[in-house]
Write a protein that binds this ligand. Structure first.
Ligand code: SAM
Length: 293
């Protein structure tokens, strides 16, 4: 077996051989630390039964680990300059398919059907940081069956995903992620584990999907619109945030009536509310909206 790319010398050798130029616009920071790679694979809990979707394989460093742990891997890479490199670095693995595509444009439903018969897939990635949130929310909102997502993200973003009410990191991303999954930070990763070094600290977060969401809500879309509106104007009270939101139809009076019914003060702020309370608010407004139609 040839030497792995997690050895920094091997990464430099491959990059020089192919005359590869790192593209900042694609968030290219390649992993060069075998311990971090072991931690990611362990956190993802991959077995030989699993189909794994890797987002952004780069030169294939993590793909080599995934190919050894999983039944099958599909790696989706946007940068076409990396495709000939991947052909070489992954040549000895017959369970890896590389797709040259933008992950945000890929038909994930078709992929999961084709590769895994529609059964839940595992997603593992050292994500390009410029599109972390659209990638994660895109995966959840596509309703493609996903059993877990294990990803390297900017440390602050990992903290936001894990945060609870009252903390400064708590926001729309925390609530959205926690509606779909239970998050835990598996490792903090310093810049020197990457080539080139990013300007920020990183963390590996594991998001284990719920079978069913932890709260039930009549109108999921309305709940997320309320969440977005209440954190869009963070310094305002919930009441002002919601009555000013252009995509919500509720006036001050209706909102105040609903708050009173729920036993909330007029001064309540979105950052104090749990996911369950946002669901309660959404359901109460759904009823009031229907009653007045
Ligand atoms: N997995 C490799 C590693 O750990 O060394 C590379 C990780 S690097 C942080 C992010 C990778 O995602 C890059 O290879 C980049 O070209 C790729 N990428 C960026 N935007 C993408 C997109 N929209 N769709 C697919 N891949 C993307």
């Amino acid at each position: 077996m040839t030497e792995k790319l997690s050895n920094p010398k091997k990464t430099i050798e491959v990059i020089q051989k192919h005359g590869f130029d790192f593209q900042k616009k694609f968030g290219q920071n390649f992993l060069i630390d075998p311990h971090v790679l072991d931690k990611i694979i362990a956190a993802a809990g991959i077995t030989k039964d699993d189909f794994v979707l890797e987002i952004g394989p780069g030169i294939g460093t993590m793909t080599q680990y995934l190919a050894e742990a999983a039944r099958e891997v599909t790696a989706v890479e946007i940068d076409r300059n990396l495709i000939p490199i991947l052909e070489e670095t992954l040549a000895e693995y017959d369970n890896v398919t590389v797709i040259n595509q933008d992950i945000l444009k890929l038909d994930l439903e078709a992929l999961s059907q084709e590769k895994n018969g529609g059964r839940p897939i595992k997603v593992v990635a050292n994500l390009p940081y410029y599109i972390t949130t659209p990638i994660i929310m895109g995966l959840y909102e596509s309703h493609v069956p996903v059993s877990s997502i294990t990803v390297m993200v900017q440390k602050e973003v990992a903290q936001r995903m894990q945060a609870g009410p009252g903390s400064k990191d708590y926001g729309a991303l925390s609530l959205a992620v926690q509606y779909y999954a239970s998050p835990y930070i598996a490792a903090n990763v310093p810049p020197n584990c990457f080539m080139p070094r990013p300007n920020v600290g990183s963390a590996v977060i594991h998001l284990e999907s719920y079978q069913n969401p932890p709260v039930s809500v009549k109108d999921e879309k309305l709940m997320f619109a309320l969440i977005r509106a209440s954190f869009n104007q963070r310094r305002k009270t919930l009441l002002n945030g919601l009555k000013n939101a252009s995509d919500l139809p509720f006036g001050k009076e209706k909102l105040m009536e609903t708050f009173t019914k729920l036993g909330w003060k007029e001064t309540v702020r979105g950052e104090q509310l749990t996911l369950e309370q946002f669901a309660q608010l959404s359901d109460a407004l759904t009823e009031r909206h229907r009653a007045s139609c």
